[in-house]
Design a protein around this ligand. Structure first.
Ligand SMILES: NC(=O)c1ccc[n+]([C@@H]2O[C@H](COP(=O)([O-])OP(=O)(O)OC[C@H]3O[C@@H](n4cnc5c(N)ncnc54)[C@H](OP(=O)(O)O)[C@@H]3O)[C@@H](O)[C@H]2O)c1
Length: 300
């Protein structure tokens, strides 16, 4: 009863930052592969080319030259959107999932999509094997699964992400994109008493787990883009993307489609390298190009 009251009070205070983000932990609640296509037909959407630490836009490409991106948490609400957008933009995708059968039904049937089991809690060696030696970049869209295990956020959102970074190092993957969250550094930005900050940390230290993982990535030497979205919505975009530097936004929400777009666009934009960006969407915000958005954030 006490908990329920807390939940309902908190919910009203959170405004647009979705309370139910990761509150799922409170409530109780693998390798079939379609061979990667090496088809020879050409197409007109943009693709990407890795040069050192940067991925540069190359314009029209031949499918022969498709770059492979590994997506961890590929059956998640954001993960599957990232997979779809990568395929649309002409990448080959290796989808790292917990449940191969679920992935077969929830992910599109596409010759450029390969599905592999990848539990981020199982250590970096297994992950390195799953990622393989031909991935140009890893995008991490994992988030702990609902359970009574209060350590789940720590295992997945901290240790799991660190395992992924280590796996990238082992395989010399040079680009890492993480879907994190606004408010991860809430304590440092004067948001210690923000209900969302309290709530998400009380149940499993979720935001602290994510912040620690972010810090690990930042020290790893890998070219990273850490994307911190506000509350996630499944509905289509209803406003324009607002992008701010780290530790700026403490409320707001954004469509998962837009989060996926930002993650995929980061692969094309050298301006996104070594950056932490916070994103929400606002109807009144002006529409800005991704070059402008990423370009407006300082590198660290
Ligand atoms: N919800 C929000 O409002 C909000 C706001 C800001 C940031 N975020 C963050 O944004 C990210 C994406 O959120 P979302 O709501 O799209 O996530 P989601 O739908 O809950 O998806 C999470 C994915 O992680 C996978 N996963 C869980 N444990 C794993 C493990 N041990 N190894 C590998 N994969 C594992 C899940 O697999 P299954 O599909 O098999 O379950 C699922 O595919 C998360 O990090 C979340 O914390 C969320």
């Amino acid at each position: 009863m006490g908990t329920l009251l807390f939940l309902s009070n908190t919910q009203t205070q959170l405004g647009q930052f979705s309370l139910f983000y990761q509150a799922k932990a409170l409530l109780t609640k693998s390798f079939s592969a379609s061979a990667l296509s090496k088809s020879r037909c050409s197409f007109s959407i943009k693709a990407a080319k890795m040069e050192g630490n940067e991925i540069t836009e190359t314009g029209e490409v031949n499918l022969n030259e498709k770059k492979k991106i590994f997506v961890a948490g590929a059956t998640g609400n954001t993960g599957k959107r990232i997979v779809d957008q990568l395929l649309l933009k002409g990448f080959a995708v290796k989808a790292g999932v917990l449940d191969i059968e679920k992935a077969k039904t929830s992910l599109s049937n596409n010759p450029d999509l390969q599905i592999v089991k990848a539990d981020v809690t199982e250590g970096s060696d297994k992950l390195a094997e799953a990622i393989g030696n031909d991935a140009e970049a890893v995008i991490c869209a994992t988030g702990f699964r609902r359970s009574w295990d209060l350590l789940a956020p720590w295992k997945v959102d901290n240790l799991g992400t660190i395992n992924l970074v280590e796996a990238c190092r082992k395989n010399s993957v040079k680009r890492f994109i993480l879907i994190s969250s606004i408010l991860v550094n809430g304590a440092a930005m004067g948001q210690l008493l923000n209900p969302a900050y309290i709530f998400l940390n009380v149940f499993g230290l979720t935001l602290i787990a994510k912040l620690q993982a972010e810090n690990y990535i930042r020290k790893s030497g890998i070219n990273y883009t850490i994307i911190r979205p506000g509350g996630l919505r499944n509905d289509p975009p209803s406003g324009n993307i607002v992008m701010e530097p780290e530790d700026t936004l403490y409320e707001g929400s954004i469509s998962r489609d837009q989060v996926a777009e930002v993650a995929v666009e980061a692969l094309f934009r050298p301006e996104s390298s070594y950056k932490v960006v916070e994103i929400v969407s606002r109807v009144e915000a002006p529409k800005r190009s991704f070059e402008e958005l990423f370009g407006s954030i300082k590198q660290h």
